[in-house]
Ligand binder design. Sequence first.
Ligand code: C2E
Ligand code: CA
Ligand code: CA
Ligand code: CA
Length: 276
Amino acid sequence: ALYDVLNRYGASETAAAGTAAGPAISVGDLLTGLESNQFVAYFQPKVDARSLEVIGVEVLARWNHPQHGILAPGLFVPLAENGGLIEILTMAIFKNAIDAGSELHRLGHQLKIAVNYSAQSFGSLELPEFIVATSQAAGLDPRYLIIEVTESGLVHDPTVALDVLSRLRLKGVSLSIDDFGTGYSSMEQLRRIPFSELKIDQGFVRGADQDATARSILESSIAMAKKLNLTTVAEGVETQEDLEVVRSLGCDLVQGYLIAKPMALADLIVWLQRKR
Ligand code: C2E
Ligand code: CA
Ligand code: CA
Ligand code: CA
C-alpha cells in the first residue's frame, strides 16, 4: 500500500542527501524506515512563561534507526522533502502524535499537540483529511492540534498556503508561525492566514540578555504579535537569563532546554507526573 501512495506522489530514488552531519542516508533507506515504522515522535513541553504551567508539547520527528540509533530531523526531513516522501513521513508523525495526544488526555494531561508541517506539503489535500480523520478516530478533538509552519514556508507560495491552512483552521486546528524573524513575511500575509500563535526563532532568544539587537527584534516581534492577537512563544530558552528577558518583554509561552529537552512519550509522562 505504501508503494501505491509513493507512486501517486512520484517519489524519486535520486534525491540529494540531507545536509546535516551524520550517516549517509538514501531515499531507499527512508522508505524502508517508513515501511517498518521506525519514525517516532518526541515531545518538548511548551510552558507558561510566568507560572511554568505546561500548556502543550511540540512534536519533533526522530528516526529510530536499526544501525545508527536515534537520528535528528535535520538528517532526514530535507531528504524526505526532496524525495517526495514528506507527506508520508508527516502522516506517520501525525499518527504517532495523535495517539500520544489521546493517551495524554486519558491520563488527565489536557495538552495541545503541535506538529511541524512542511511547506512542501501545501499542495496535498489528502494530508488535511488524514489529520482530521485520524484525530476523530482517536477521539482527540482537532482543537487540541496546532500546526507549525515556518515563516519562510509561507513566503514560498502564499496562495497555496492560505488555501490548505484555512481548510485545517475550519476543522478546528490552530495555526502557528514558526521561526519568526527569519522568513521576511509581510504583516499583510500574517493577517490573511488565520494564525493564533507566533514562535520567535531561537536565534533571537538564546543569549538575548547579552545581545541588544536580538533583544530589540524580540521586543518588536512580541509587540507586533500582540497587535495581531497572537500568542507568543520563545523557543530555545536555555538559561534563567534567557527566561528573564522574554518574561520581561511579555512573551506568553516558553520552550527550551531550560524547561526540558525533547523526549519519548514514556519519559514525557514521567516528567509530567513529577511536575504535578
Ligand atoms: P523547529 O520546529 O524550530 O524545532 C525546534 C528545534 O530546536 C528542535 O530541533 C529542538 O530539539 C531544538 N531545541 C529546542 N529547545 C532548544 C534549546 O533550548 N536549545 C537548542 N540548542 N535547541 C533547542 P530538532 O528536533 O532537531 O528539529 C529541527 C527542525 O526539524 C525543527 O525545527 C523543524 O523545522 C524540523 N522538524 C522536526 N520534526 C519535524 C516534522 O515532523 N516535520 C517537519 N516537516 N519538520 C520537522
Ligand atoms: Ca517547530
Ligand atoms: Ca522553530
Ligand atoms: Ca527551525
